[in-house]
Design a protein around this ligand. Structure first.
Ligand code: FDA
Length: 312
């Protein structure tokens, strides 16, 4: 019965501050061991251990210190400091220097200036060690601000920053063209938030068709795009398009989320493609976990069974 819950329910749960606080207070081990399938752990040490294991399989990583929707400037400054500490830990560990961050975690909801200032602070700390920082894309209320923030920082000379574009948004063709013109690196995803029909396609076929069209635009005119999906048909279409167009394997990369389709991840790497795994970690894991449940109703059954097992 739980598996029949609509995706919208998970979006609502993901946005619940009370559930988020409870989940981080009681910790991942006590609330859901199933969350460990999608989240490397609560500490940077867990993420680094997971990253080492992934890299041993010939894959690349990007680390995401989970967090979003920060509403005070103090919390935004704290989140920025935590990210800067992650930079030091990653340098010491020797793993790939690649981070993913949400602008609402750095203070976009406090005000735009706070979000941009904190992103700039993070890029300043990331630049000397040659880190790449990808700004994740959140719900459509943030799309324009996120793209503007990245473009502003790009305009003043930051080159170690990229962004994400979601194929379910109707506006994305223009956004891809804009990023291609500027030379800003794009990660293409389908999109994980609940959106209205005015701004987003709701039909899977339309989202998938838009993804393929945007993938082609990025491969032809973009700068080292990342094609981020677990969809085997689209993965195949990307490989074929690149081969037909003579686009080398070093001109783009594939990306997947930690814990999903591990079989495909290893297979792609063995074919010589660059393949990056998105490794989320941290105490603020609840909204991320809810979005992953919403993408695949069968996951809810797994969670339910793992909760029952943990209790017995
Ligand atoms: P689709 O949902 O059609 O799934 C294709 C197949 O993949 C499924 O049939 C299943 O086998 C498998 N699968 C997908 N999701 C699964 C799950 N949760 N559990 C188990 N199996 C699953 N979104 C966003 O809005 N902003 C962002 O910044 C990012 N960033 C990001 C980074 C990376 C590296 C990835 C791979 C994805 C994101 N996303 C994201 C999430 C993205 O928008 C999308 O919600 C998920 O990738 C699921 O969509 P698919 O492209 O996999 O296709």
């Amino acid at each position: 019965m739980l598996e029949a819950l609509p995706r919208a329910t998970f979006s609502l749960l993901a946005g619940s501050l009370t559930l988020k606080r409870l989940a981080s207070r009681y910790g991942m081990r006590r609330t859901s061991s199933f969350a460990r399938r999608f989240i490397a752990g609560e500490d940077i040490a867990d993420a680094i251990e997971a990253a080492h294991a992934i890299e041993r399989e010939g894959l690349l990583v990007t680390l995401d210190l989970l967090g979003e929707s920060v509403v005070t400037s103090e919390d935004a400054a704290r989140a920025t400091r935590s990210y800067i500490e992650v930079i030091g830990e990653v340098e010491r560990s020797g793993i790939d220097r690649n981070l993913s961050v949400k602008l609402s975690q750095l203070g976009l909801d406090v005000d735009r200036a706070t979000g941009i200032d904190n992103l700039r602070r993070l890029l300043d700390a990331a630049t000397p060690g040659n880190f790449f920082v990808r700004v994740d894309m959140e719900s459509s209320k943030y799309t324009a601000h996120t793209l503007d923030a990245v473009e502003t920082l790009w305009g003043i000379g930051y080159r170690n920053v990229g962004v994400v574009i979601q194929s379910y948004l109707r506006r994305s063709k223009d956004d891809v063209e804009r990023m291609n013109r500027l030379g800003i690196r794009v990660r293409l995803v389908k999109g994980a938030y609940r959106e209205s029909r005015d701004v987003a396609f709701h039909q899977k076929t339309a989202v998938d068709a838009a993804f393929v069209e945007l993938m082609e635009r990025l491969l032809l005119g973009g700068t080292y795009p990342a094609i981020a999906t677990h969809d085997p048909i689209i993965l195949d279409a990307t490989k074929k398009f690149a081969a037909v167009q003579g686009i080398g394997q070093d001109k783009f990369e594939f990306q997947m989320l930690y814990g999903i389709r591990r079989d495909l991840q290893a297979a792609f790497a063995s074919e010589g493609y660059r393949f990056r795994v998105y490794v989320p970690f941290g105490r603020e894991w609840f909204p991320y976990f809810m979005r992953r449940l919403g993408e695949r109703p069968a996951n809810v059954g797994f969670v339910f069974r793992s909760l029952l097992r943990d209790k017995s």
